[in-house]
Design a binder for this molecule. Structure first.
Ligand SMILES: [Zn+2]
Length: 452
């Protein structure tokens, strides 16, 4: 078995001038260290339970910056600094949604205003609800049917897509852009079915945006079960909703991404990152506390094991991914102006679940090189190394031709809790979290040594 396993390694290793036997030993040492001595799970406990959720501009985010700065120093970073970022500020405030059928009584239903949405300014918006499944059904309505109404888009995630990220992208269109479509035709508010894979009634928030040409009407997420129930009822009778909310945008604020690094012996920077901000519900444990503590873990690994990194290894904990991606843009602006050469960046922002692959956004020759390492990753559960999206925070580095990668963990559970009250520390498994940090450290080790 062993011989069969190593044969393709030796062959492809020969092509890239690499000694795979010693690399597999080094990768084993990285895994041993992180899986036995890794502190990421404890770090995540602190970030979620002592700091809590941390939307841009909130007190929670300021606390997170202080926590991350201290944590990176404690992890052994040679240099820690704060990168200034001007962030948008959105606040939720009190909110409620009630519905009833024509002759029924008002019932409160679980809801969350969508991020960046304007609210009702504390006033009650009461109107009939029109339920549509998708854009096609919406387009078939007349303006008279929409005017003065609240429109519910009950578009579910496609359960048949095995990679749930694809289904998220598909359903995301309904969260992001429907408010202005409804406003354009005289509607008063939009309700959207939460983008969730779970068979429950948990509402999930997330960013939306307005077309400036139309009034900014309120946009609210409701749970999948209620959305289906309203759809069912609407076939037989009229439905009404009563919405009160106080959310809205405030002035931009000065904020920071938090950066720590271990200097290398040669010129060049390797970035490992996640985003420090989260939504204002739950604890931002999987999104993206996991990516934050994994990035810190990678730094700690290189420090504690004395692996002599050639390139500078830099953990970047980005500000404002959720409702603006200003941290990622500010970092790319900094790289564009600096004399530093960035050789690689990897992001973890799809949860701390068992790693399954890497999505690569880089030229074909580099993709081939990373794919040649695939057999080395199989013992750690990573089998899918393909061209793909890397991550929202590092994506702006693409225009600077920085090779990018995204950690791709198992995606089956992430959208059960993403952007909701359910995204808490208890939903994270220690081994899965640390295994994600392990394979990122291993990939960085290989790139640090062999990048062409
Ligand atoms: Zn995220």
């Amino acid at each position: 078995m062993k011989k069969l396993f190593f044969l393709p390694l030796v062959l492809s290793g020969f092509l890239f001038g690499q000694d795979y036997k010693s690399d597999s030993v080094a990768m084993r040492k990285i895994a041993d260290h992180i899986m036995t001595k890794g502190e990421g799970y404890n770090d995540l406990y602190q970030l979620t339970k002592q700091v809590g959720h941390r939307l841009s501009g909130s007190e929670g985010y300021s606390k997170a910056v202080k926590w991350a700065e201290a944590k990176l120093k404690e992890a052994g970073a040679d240099r820690v600094w704060l990168q200034p970022v001007k962030v948008p500020v959105w606040v939720r405030g009190e909110e409620s949604l009630q519905t009833k059928t024509g002759n029924g009584t008002w019932q409160s239903i679980p809801m969350l205003s969508l991020g960046n949405s304007e609210g009702t300014n504390g006033k009650v918006v009461e109107a009939e609800v029109i339920v549509v499944r998708d854009f096609d059904e919406f387009d078939k309505l007349t303006d008279a049917q929409i005017k003065g109404k609240i429109v519910l888009f009950n578009y579910p995630m496609k359960q048949e897509l095995i990679e749930t990220g694809e289904a998220y992208g598909d359903a995301g269109r309904y969260r992001y852009g429907t408010a202005s479509l409804v406003a354009k035709r005289g509607g008063r508010a939009v309700l959207v079915r939460s983008i969730s894979t779970a068979p429950d009634d948990v509402p999930h928030t997330g960013a939306m945006s307005y077309d400036a040409a139309y009034p900014k009407i309120p946009a609210v997420a409701i749970g999948p079960k209620t959305a289906d129930e309203l759809q069912r009822l609407s076939a037989k009778q009229k439905i009404y909703a009563k919405l009160v909310s106080n959310c809205g945008m405030r002035d931009d604020q000065d904020s920071f991404s938090v950066i720590g690094e271990i200097a290398g012996t040669e010129n060049g920077v390797i970035v490992v990152g996640g985003h420090l901000d989260s939504w204002d519900v739950g604890e931002g444990a999987q999104d993206d506390g996991a990516g934050v503590v994994q990035s810190i873990e990678v730094l700690r690994l290189f420090k504690q094991t004395g692996l002599k990194n050639k390139h500078t290894i830099r953990a970047v904990l980005f500000a404002n991914e959720e409702n603006g991606t200003r941290g990622g843009k500010a970092y790319a602006d900094y790289v564009a102006k600096s004399s530093e050469r960035h050789v690689f960046a990897i992001e973890s922002d799809t949860g701390g679940y068992s790693p399954r692959g890497f999505g690569l956004n880089m030229d074909d020759a580099k993709i081939k090189q990373v794919q040649s390492w695939q057999p080395l990753f199989v013992p750690y559960g990573v089998y899918r190394i393909e061209k793909g999206y890397a991550g929202a925070d590092i994506n702006p580095l693409q225009k600077l031709n920085v090779p990018l990668a995204g950690l791709q963990p198992d995606s089956q559970r992430y959208f059960d809790l993403h952007h909701s009250h359910s995204d808490v520390f208890e939903a994270v498994n220690r081994r899965e979290l640390l295994l994600g940090a392990t394979v990122m450290a291993q990939l960085i080790y290989l790139i640090d040594n062999y990048w062409k």
